[in-house]
Structure formats: C-alpha cells, structure tokens
Design a protein around this ligand. Sequence first.
Ligand SMILES: NC(=O)c1ccc[n+]([C@@H]2O[C@H](COP(=O)([O-])OP(=O)(O)OC[C@H]3O[C@@H](n4cnc5c(N)ncnc54)[C@H](O)[C@@H]3O)[C@@H](O)[C@H]2O)c1
Ligand SMILES: O=c1ccn([C@@H]2O[C@H](COP(=O)(O)OP(=O)(O)O[C@H]3O[C@H](CO)[C@@H](O)[C@H](O)[C@H]3O)[C@@H](O)[C@H]2O)c(=O)[nH]1
Length: 457
Amino acid sequence: MDLCVIGTGYVGLVTGACFAEMGNEVWCVDVDAAKIEGLKAGKLPIYEPGLDEIVERNHQEGRLRFTTDLGEAMAECDVLFIAVGTPPLEDGSADLQHVLTVARDIGRRLTRYSVVVDKSTVPVGTAERVRRAIQAELDARGVSIPFDVVSNPEFLKEGAAVEDFMRPDRIIVGTDSEAARERMAELYAPFNRSHQRVIYMGVRDAEMTKYAANAMLATKISFMNEIAALCERYGVDVENVRLGIGSDQRIGYHFIYPGCGYGGSCFPKDVKALIAMAQAAGVEPEVLTAVEERNAKQKRVLEEKIVARFGEDLTGRTFGVWGLAFKPGTDDMREAPSIPLIEGLIQRGARVRAYDPVAMDNARRVFPAQWFDEGRLVFTRHQYDALDGADAMVLVTEWKPFRHPDFAAIKRLLKTPVIFDGRNQYDPLQLERLGIAYVGIGRANALAGEESRAVAL
Ligand SMILES: NC(=O)c1ccc[n+]([C@@H]2O[C@H](COP(=O)([O-])OP(=O)(O)OC[C@H]3O[C@@H](n4cnc5c(N)ncnc54)[C@H](O)[C@@H]3O)[C@@H](O)[C@H]2O)c1
Ligand SMILES: O=c1ccn([C@@H]2O[C@H](COP(=O)(O)OP(=O)(O)O[C@H]3O[C@H](CO)[C@@H](O)[C@H](O)[C@H]3O)[C@@H](O)[C@H]2O)c(=O)[nH]1
C-alpha cells in the first residue's frame, strides 16, 4: 500500500519505517526541514534501538522516502497517518494545533477517497474535529471528495519502539466506516500472522482507550511509589512486596517498579489531559489527580533523601549522577526525573557531574548554558568519571551498564561511599558488606533513621 505518515518524530518515524519494512511504500512528511534533510542523508533525529537499520535499508531500497512537501507525498498515497505532537496546554488539556493544521493541509490537497488515520494521542471527539477541518477545506475548494477519519492510537514504548510496533499486544482501530476498516485490515494483516491483534471499535472508544491505558499504567506506578513511602516508614523492603504482589496474576509484574517518578512525553501529559477531559465533563478526577500529585512528589524524593543526609545547604558538595534520559534505551529528556533533581541540587549550591550513554546532547539543551560555563554542571565522557571526587552517587536511569557496576571502583572514586538508588537496582546488603551506604526507594534501610525504626516497633 502507499502510505503517508505526517510527523516524523518518535511515533511517525517508527510507524513509517515499520510499515516500509512490511513492504509498503511510505512517505514520511515533516515541517522540520533539518530533520528531513538529515533523514535523507541517513541521519536519524532520535535514538531508538534497531530503528537506524530499518530506516537505512528501506530508504536505500526506495520504500521509505522523506519530504517536507505534503502535496508530493499525497499525490501517491490514500492512507494518511497523522503522527504529530499533542503537548499539554497550560490547563493540562491536549494542544491540538498541530493535528488540526495537518487536517487543514490534507483538506487543501485531497484529490481522491482517502483514509485519514489519527495516530497521535488525542482527546475524545478529535477525529470529529479533524473530519470537520478537512471538510471545511473541501467546501472552500468547492469540491466533494469522500474520506474517512480513523482513530488508531499508538502504544509503543520508547526504547523498545520497533519491537512494540512489530509485535504489538493489540492494535486498536476505531472506525464506523466499512471502507476504512477494510484498508486498515489490509494494512495490519502482516502484524496478525500468529493471531488476530486488531480490536475494532468506535472512533471515540479508540480515543479513550489510549488515555485509559496510559492512565492505568501511571496509576500502577504511583500506587507502588506510595506503597514504597509506607514501606520506608515501617521498615519493610518494597522490593519484596513488589515480588510478593506481582506473582498474583491479577496484578502482574509489569509497571509496579517504584522509583523516582515516571517521566517521558506520554504519562505526565496524558494523565493531565485526562484530568482536563474529566473536569470539562463535570467528573471529579479523584484517582487521576492523586496519581499526578504522587508523581510530582516522587520526582523530589531523591533530592529529599540527599538533603536528609547532607543538609539543606549543599554548597561545596558534588554529586555524580548516572542517567539523564527519562528511561533507559532513549535519548528523550521530556519530563525526565533527572531534570528537577539536578536543578534542585544546583540551586542548593551543589555541583553535579552527570553521565548518560545517549541523552547528553539533548540534556545539554535542557539546562542553562551558564551552569556548564561555570562548571556547576559537567557531563562526563564515562560513567565512572561522573563519580570522581563526588560526595555521593545518584542513580536516576537504569541503563544496562549501570546495573552491575564495579562497586570497588565506585567506592574508590567517591569522597564518601554513598549511593542513592532511584531505581532500586542494587542490593542494599551487598553494598553494606562492601562498606557503601545505600539509600533506595522504599527499601528497609532507606531512611536508616530512628524514625523508621520507631514506627516499625
Ligand atoms: N513518543 C512516544 O513514545 C509515543 C507513543 C505513543 C503515542 N505517542 C503520541 O504520538 C504523538 C507524536 O508523539 P512523538 O513523541 O512522536 O512526537 P515528536 O514531537 O517526537 O514528533 C512530532 C513531529 O511532528 C512534526 N510536526 C509538527 N507539526 C507538523 C505539521 N503540521 N506537519 C508535519 N509535521 C509536523 C514535528 O516537527 C515533529 O517532528 C503524540 O500525540 C504522542 O502523545 C507518542
Ligand atoms: O514500573 C515502572 C514502569 C515505568 N516507570 C517509569 O514510567 C515512565 C514511562 O515508561 P514507559 O511506559 O516504559 O515508557 P514510554 O515510552 O513513556 O511509554 C508509555 O507511553 C507511551 C506513549 O503514550 C505508550 O505508547 C506506552 O504504551 C507507555 O508504556 C518512565 O519514566 C519509567 O521510568 C516506573 O517508574 N515504574
């Protein structure tokens, strides 16, 4: 099939590349000329494991093409994916300006029956707004061309995007049109070889399904982070509790890892957008608000633990931070817990030395240039350089090379052997034996103070 994917970010590029890999002819369109030029020259705008290989192969073989000219792409395609960003507005609701701009652009160029597929995460009712925006342009042109708008939300995770796209748990297709359903069935047929993965439903049902999925996952994480806080007060190791409850199939092991808060471009914004949708509909979003508040607190937890140990004023202290990206496997810094942590430490007078395997270029744009100029924030070439002379190590993102490090080297490099483990990667007892103080999230010794013992007794 001939497809056009509009928006060449994390979702658009993966969608385009994976459909091309399945033998389709794909045009990827973006307004960002530098991104498109880079892609034409074989330079990927994002880090995503395995993506470079399929982009390169399909580009070379002519199935995957890049352009800033939507008209050029639409001349050959009649399935048009919208995969542009839907960032939060001030009030938390989703900003649909890019989606609606694309809809108008499509309406100005439509020449034959086409299926417009909304892959961006959008509030219930957006497909209808997209339909109206396209129709308004057709009316302005004085032409009558049939088209359908389908909701096909994306569920890929960054860091595993290609794998998730190629082997999805499910593919949600929201449409009331038989013609559109047939096109989507044909397009997704290669992904259904082992079993049927497509779930058909109404357009509005599909739009809500995406938000409900992300909100449920965020709820599991915030719930677990609250349990972790309780565990600390009662001298309980939350890691044992996690294993204990995860073994119940009704709960499961996924998304119950406590940590220093969820980040990324999806959970924070989608929970906020769902809260805004609830408020607009007169439904009190009690659970969602709590999920959001717990996460905001959780992003301050590492700083609080550092302050509990070193005091409010961190002048003269240096902290070695491992991991900047919001999760391993990506260079995405959107809503990363490392941001408030580093800002908090530097504002308290500390210096920070940080290392991330792939996100340092993006992270450099997040923090004030002055901090780098003054040496208050240094990005190092190697993970161990970040710890050289630091008062403590802080693990924020659990990249694989951080999971089983050389603790003897860590102890040698640190001024005081203390590890703040924001992802509960390490064994507190092992570190204790090595003479390294350990502070995790919800671990039995996390407070290591009288307060925790007092409550436990
Ligand atoms: N990132 C994820 O893991 C993920 C997963 C599932 C769903 N989503 C959803 O998918 C959507 C896209 O997310 P993303 O992370 O890929 O965003 P992104 O910011 O990485 O990419 C969006 C791209 O759209 C381009 N764009 C903006 N306006 C355009 C226009 N008028 N015409 C053509 N291109 C335009 C931008 O230049 C950018 O390259 C969002 O709604 C998001 O919530 C994201
Ligand atoms: O048990 C867990 C699992 C995740 N996280 C954190 O949650 C955030 C999000 O992680 P993850 O869901 O793996 O990455 P995303 O790429 O943001 O993917 C989510 O958001 C996408 C965009 O909507 C959806 O498509 C995916 O299905 C959904 O998992 C990260 O900060 C993780 O560190 C935890 O703290 N504990």
